[in-house]
Ligand binder design. Structure first.
Ligand code: FMN
Length: 341
């Protein structure tokens, strides 16, 4: 199960797991040692937190106006700003109100306009609406109520092997004349494979990372030469996959708000349980074999990863956008830094 602050909130008595913590150890010298270690860590974090406390914002409100004041000369920006200011994470949905499927379909299709690296489009949007599925998803989502009451759930499923889409993406780009520009040129495929293909146990990625780090530092040492640094190879296929899917998630949240549909993004869930629910199974597992025997198309659970689930629906009475207390944000100076970190 993915550990998250939400899991901790739901189980406040759950001790932080430590590989060496055990009931026996807690009464022993080792137990005392770990307790002291936790104590000092907590003191250090609190101290650091105080030192680095972000500047406090004024009282948050939906009308927080950016310094570049509203301009009627940019109506699209004003429309989008209004959407940004009204989106919120809805925790109480009206279980009776369903989002019309054609509307949801439109929002999902618009979401696919989200950009992805190399236009590889390595994510999928799995929609759940049946009661039984929502009940199972609710259990997987640590019992969070909004999962049950929402009209639909959208699971963002990211592909850790999105380089497999490269030939199709290239063909599509050529067919539609998109790649007629000099954007990528003939080295496109080679670059994509170099950049993305992790190889078995991510071994190629490690090798490429070392090569690119070595080459880049060499180039930096002699930066007067015309050489160009190598592209940074992603640390992990999962991180790369999440990066793409989360961008789409952000777009989806705002599209829903524009359509007066409320959303609730979730990261507090048991990813393996959700994968079972949508037919992503561990190859070689009994479930995978059973699915294959039943002629179901069981997909490889290892290839895919779920960074986020979005509950979609209409707010319960008394929870609508007008009545909602909006979440605060730190002062802009916490986020925005010009020129240097
Ligand atoms: C990636 C992500 C995961 C989240 N997971 C949960 C969750 O599991 N449960 C929950 O109640 N809220 C979850 N939230 C909602 C955040 O708590 C909420 O967005 C934040 O407090 C800011 O509030 P706002 O969205 O209303 O502006 C999540 C938000 C994001 C962006």
């Amino acid at each position: 199960m993915r550990s998250s602050r939400f899991a901790l909130q739901l189980h406040p008595s759950t001790p932080h797991a430590h590989p060496h913590t055990s009931a026996a150890a807690s009464t022993s010298f080792l137990g005392l040692y770990y307790k002291l270690q936790h104590f000092w860590r907590a003191v250090a974090i609190t101290y650091r937190g105080l030192q680095e406390a972000p500047p406090r914002a004024g009282h948050p409100s939906r009308s927080d106006a950016p310094p570049c004041a509203a301009s009627s000369a940019l109506p699209e920006l004003e429309a989008l700003a209004a959407v940004v200011h009204t989106r919120y994470a809805c925790r109480r949905f009206d279980p009776q109100r369903k989002v019309p499927p054609p509307l949801l379909e439109r929002l999902l299709r618009l979401t696919t306009r989200s950009p992805t690296g190399y236009n590889l489009q390595g994510y999928h949007l799995v929609v759940l609406e049946r009661e039984a599925d929502k009940q199972a998803a609710c259990v997987a989502c640590l019992g969070q109520r909004q999962v049950l009451d929402a009209s639909h759930l959208v699971l963002f499923v990211a592909d850790k092997e999105c380089e497999r889409n490269a030939p199709a993406a290239l063909e599509l780009g050529l067919d539609t004349t998109y790649y007629r520009s000099t954007l990528y040129g003939p080295s496109y495929l080679r670059q994509v494979y170099y950049y993305l293909h992790g190889g078995p146990a991510n071994s190629m990625a490690c090798l490429k990372r070392s090569v690119s780090e070595f080459y880049t530092s060499a180039v930096n040492r002699h930066h007067r030469t015309a050489k160009v640094a190598l592209i940074t190879v992603p640390e992990s296929p999962t991180a790369y996959a999440w990066k793409q899917a989360m961008l789409a998630c952000g777009l989806f949240l705002h599209l829903c708000t524009a359509a007066r549909v409320q959303t609730s993004p979730l990261e507090g869930f048991d990813e393996t349980a959700l994968k079972h629910l949508i037919g992503l199974e561990e190859p070689g597992s009994a479930r995978h074999r059973a699915a294959a025997a039943a002629h179901h198309n069981a997909k490889d659970a290892n290839r895919y990863t779920i960074p986020v689930v979005v509950c979609v629906g209409y707010a319960a009475a008394g929870e609508g956008a007008a009545q909602h207390v909006y979440s605060p944000r730190f002062a802009p100076s916490h986020f925005i830094r010009w020129h240097r970190f």
